[in-house]
Design a protein around this ligand. Structure first.
Ligand SMILES: [Zn+2]
Length: 372
């Protein structure tokens, strides 16, 4: 019986691959075939949950293929007897391209996971197969936030973006995507949120943060710069810490570090008295932008865990007069940058800045390190 099921899955993968090549395949038809022909799997609670996730059908199809070794990965093709001369990874050139390498261990994949909102160490957890690793994270994210968790779309979207990023490198070696992988993932996730907002056929549960009007982390953004498009960004984390009883505040900012083993902090901190947490967060933005300007940074992407401040910077919210004055200063300074994007992110995305701000508030630390 098990053998029959495996054969059936294999057949579907072949059908989907063949249909893709012949040009008559569309994602929707492939997805429909998949749903109809997998009664044994859809009975499994994990797969039932997987199909009900608020994700684009093509993402679910991709995920299904990935979890069944159904993607045309070089080492897999080689194993199946396809004559491939070079099985090395096209992204780093250093290792054999297999599932674990491409999606977890390659330096590009590691940077993508560590630099994203989820801040995942993709080499941790000793799962041997990529399937076990993916299922572990999907189960974990569902247990934390439910099936409508924006973190699940970020997780699956990162896998999808890595696959597209790799395909672009393999199939268009002369004109590869020149964006850093982090920015590429951002653009993929933004496309997804637009799709989910406009696709009325997609079911989103009532508990979805999208329906409540709060976009998921990474999608609430204020653009302050001259232009909205660009590729070469310096990414900064920003945070303010405020103690209500003493009104002591600390602020911190730092450049995202691509190398997790490098402990150097490029950024700064300051301290003082503030009237609210929002006040300290706004001051952190002002100091960080001034610092970036002094460092001759022309394109900056800033991450903050303050939804309210990003809302104010978008010109959408209300605040007291003191905060509004600060917001105006930030908007004014931001408008001198070529690109200046400010994203609402998860707390763990600004973890380092949070630490700096906390220490600045308690230990009265003021420092400033330059880019060079
Ligand atoms: Zn690689």
């Amino acid at each position: 019986m098990k053998k029959k099921e495996e054969k059936s899955e294999e057949g579907i993968v072949r059908f989907l691959d063949a249909a893709t090549v012949s040009g008559v395949y569309s994602v929707k038809t492939g997805y429909a075939v998949l749903i109809q022909q997998l009664p044994a799997q859809t009975a499994d609670p994990f797969w039932k949950t997987l199909w009900s996730l608020p994700l684009q059908p093509k993402w679910k199809l991709f995920l299904w293929k990935l979890l069944h070794n159904g993607l045309a990965i070089k080492s897999e093709l080689h194993r199946q007897g396809v004559p491939i001369q070079d099985v090395s990874c096209d992204l780093c050139g250093a290792q054999t391209e297999d599932f674990n390498h491409l999606f977890r261990e390659c330096r590009i994949a590691r940077a993508a996971w560590r630099g994203g909102c989820l801040n995942i160490h993709s080499q941790l957890h000793g799962y041997h197969s990529i399937s076990d690793w993916i299922q572990y994270y999907i189960r974990l994210l569902i247990s934390q936030d439910g099936i409508s968790s924006s973190n699940i779309s970020t997780f699956v979207g990162t896998l999808w973006a890595l696959w597209l990023f790799r395909n672009n490198r393999v199939f268009n070696p002369d004109t590869p995507v020149i964006q850093p992988v982090g920015l590429y993932i951002f653009s993929i996730l933004q496309t997804h949120i637009v799709f989910m907002d406009t696709d009325t056929t997609t079911t989103i549960s009532p508990s979805s943060t999208i329906q409540e009007g709060l976009p998921p982390p990474g999608f609430h953004v204020a653009h302050l710069g001259i232009s909205r498009t660009g590729t070469l960004f310096v990414q900064l984390q920003i945070d303010g810490a405020w103690y209500k009883d003493t009104r002591h505040a600390g602020i911190g900012w730092c450049v995202d570090n691509a190398n997790p083993l490098d402990d150097r902090i490029i950024g700064g901190s300051n301290f003082g008295l503030c009237t609210s947490a929002l006040h300290s967060e706004a001051l952190a933005f002002l100091y960080a932008l001034q610092w970036a300007s002094d460092c001759h940074i022309h394109s900056a992407r800033l991450f903050s865990d303050s939804y309210n401040l990003v809302t104010l910077l978008r010109g959408d919210g209300r605040g007291d007069i003191g905060i509004l004055w600060l917001v105006q200063q930030i908007q004014c300074l931001g408008s001198t940058f070529q690109h200046c994007e400010i994203y609402k992110a998860d707390r763990n995305r600004v973890h380092r800045a949070h630490q700096i701000a906390g220490e600045a508030a308690v230990l009265f630390i003021r420092f400033n390190s330059t880019m060079l």
